[in-house]
Structures are given as C-alpha cells and as structure tokens.
Write a protein that binds this ligand. Structure first.
Ligand SMILES: [Zn+2]
Length: 174
C-alpha cells in the first residue's frame, strides 16, 4: 500500500471501508512474503477467514513449516471501539497515539523535527470500526474453533495492560 502498487491500492479500497481484503489478494501477498523463508516468523492479522487459513496450511505444508501456535487476543467489543476510535497516527514518523491511553505530548517528530502531523486512518473512523467488528464476528471468529480443534489456539486477555499482554504472549509461544 505504501509503495502504491496496484495490488496495494486494491487492498486499501477494502480496508478504508473496514472490509476484509478479498482472499485471493491477501493470499497472493502472503505467498510472496513466505517464499524462500527459513527462519521463524509471526503473521499479524492473517489469516482472517477460513479460506485464508486453509490456503496458509497448504503453503506451510509445501515448505514443511507447520504452525506452532495461534494467539487470540480477547477484548470486549466496547473496549475495542474505544481503542480503535481514539487512535491517531503521525504522517511523518508513523508513530501511533491514543486520545486517552497514549496521548501525543507535543514532542518534536523524529522524522520532520516539527510537531507530529496526526491523522485518523479511514478504517479507524467510527462507522468503519463498527463494520470491522461485524466482519470479524461473521468471517474471522470461526477461526477460533478451527485452530482450537487443532490444539494450536492460545487465548490472551487483550484487555490487560501492555506489560501483562506481552507476558502472556511470551508464555503462549514459549
Ligand atoms: Zn511524528
């Protein structure tokens, strides 16, 4: 998306509305990223549908690198709305702030030296946030059962503090 490639611009259209990027677009991107990798890696926000999970299983089967663990961050819906709706990002340095939990303090931007130039992502606007959560319920939440039945699911209480969430993640993948 950042490089403005046709695939990236196609993906942005869906994300700005809070919709999922179509499976064939995302799977193509992941396949490109995984090709030739031999180290350990973590996928953040993928897969988001059963079809993507099945495609991932096939890709990892091809390279003989099975999934070690799947982490589900569990956060109440009203807390997610609060978090996503209050997020602001700097156009210069890319840092992300939150209206209440991590407000911008006015320090100079590490990229421009001036004040950070904050904007709200289209998919963090209130109407897109509501749609994202509905899309999660209908299309992504079935993955919990998918991975639980394979013994891979690790649940993390995402409503805790950053430090406590980090500790749970480390434990989940140890
Ligand atoms: Zn900045």
């Amino acid at each position: 998306m950042k490089a403005g490639t046709p695939l990236g611009l196609e993906a942005k259209k869906y994300m700005d509305a809070g919709d999922l990027v179509p499976d064939e677009v995302v799977i193509g991107m992941i396949r490109e990223g995984l090709t030739g990798r031999t180290d350990d890696f973590m996928l953040d926000g993928f897969p988001r549908t059963i079809a993507q999970a099945e495609a991932l299983d096939a890709m990892l089967g091809d390279v003989g690198a099975p999934i070690d663990a799947v982490i589900s961050f569990e956060v109440p819906r009203d807390e997610l709305v609060r978090r996503l709706g209050g997020r602001w990002i700097c156009r210069g340095c890319g840092r992300s702030f939150h209206e209440t939990s991590n407000p911008y303090g006015g320090e100079p931007c590490s990229s421009t030296g001036a004040e950070c130039d904050l904007y709200q992502r289209d998919d963090d606007r209130p109407e897109a946030v509501a749609n994202r959560l509905d899309v999660y319920d209908s299309q992504t939440s079935p993955l919990i059962e998918y991975y639980e039945s394979r013994g891979l699911l690790r649940r993390v209480d995402g409503a805790l503090s950053l430090d406590d969430v980090q500790a749970q993640v480390v434990e989940a993948i140890s």
